[in-house]
Write a protein that binds this ligand. Structure first.
Ligand SMILES: C[S@@+](CC[C@H](N)C(=O)[O-])C[C@H]1O[C@@H](n2cnc3c(N)ncnc32)[C@H](O)[C@@H]1O
Length: 193
């Protein structure tokens, strides 16, 4: 798990360093490059398989992968479990790759890839949410997910937890930790006197 965390943090530091030392002549390119909250590091396929198994994904599920990269979680959910799945990514290059991968796997009727900011997604239709982000991003997402997702919705995260929200299950797969939470029933408002 440490090596996965390390690779994400190293990539993040490299991105920051590159931004800090960028030449002014790169301004035109930068204007068209989306600002990433998380660098692109794909989840190994064995970990993808374990995440979907841990979430107990079925053909009845609507899976959302927030920051979907090349679409491997979405494509696998559709191909192996028959789920309807949507991936969101702010980087148009990733969306292009994800659509190509869906075509290759012959699951274009079950999947959708949306270019956009994961913080602006309407999460309500999801019954399973998958994440491979960063601790700060998970923590920012947590209240939004808890507010919008239906009770019973499963959330699975690769490598990073949700602070003091205890996972109901964790597994270590090929050195990576994966976490599972289920959205609880909403607390009913306190009755007036
Ligand atoms: C660590 S990768 C995970 C990719 C994929 N979910 C997987 O597990 O293989 C994080 C992804 O989040 C995307 N991303 C970063 N910031 C984002 C944002 N604000 N909104 C949507 N996607 C974002 C990146 O482009 C990258 O593809």
């Amino acid at each position: 798990m440490k090596s996965i965390r390390h690779s994400l943090w190293t990539l993040l530091l490299m991105l920051c360093a590159t931004a800090a030392f960028a030449q002014p002549t790169q301004t035109a390119t930068k204007a068209t490059t989306p600002k990433l909250d998380v660098p692109y590091v794909p989840t190994p396929q064995a970990v993808v398989d374990a995440m979907l198994k841990l979430a107990n994904v079925t053909e009845k599920d609507v899976l959302y992968d927030l920051g979907c990269g090349d679409g491997r979680i979405v494509v696998t959910a559709a191909k192996e479990y028959g789920a309807n799945a949507t991936g969101f990514d702010i980087n148009p290059e990733r969306i292009k790759e994800a659509n190509a991968n869906a075509k290759k796997a012959d699951v274009t009727d079950k999947v959708r890839f949306v270019e956009g900011d994961l913080f602006k997604v309407d999460y309500r239709p999801a019954t399973v949410v998958t994440l491979y982000l960063l601790p700060t991003v998970n923590m920012k997402l947590r209240p939004m997910l808890l507010e919008q997702l239906k009770p019973g919705t499963r959330i699975v995260s690769h490598a990073f937890d949700m602070g003091d929200w205890e996972p109901e299950e964790t597994q270590v797969v090929d050195g990576s930790t994966i976490y599972l939470w289920t959205v609880p029933e909403k607390k009913s408002p306190a009755k007036g006197r």
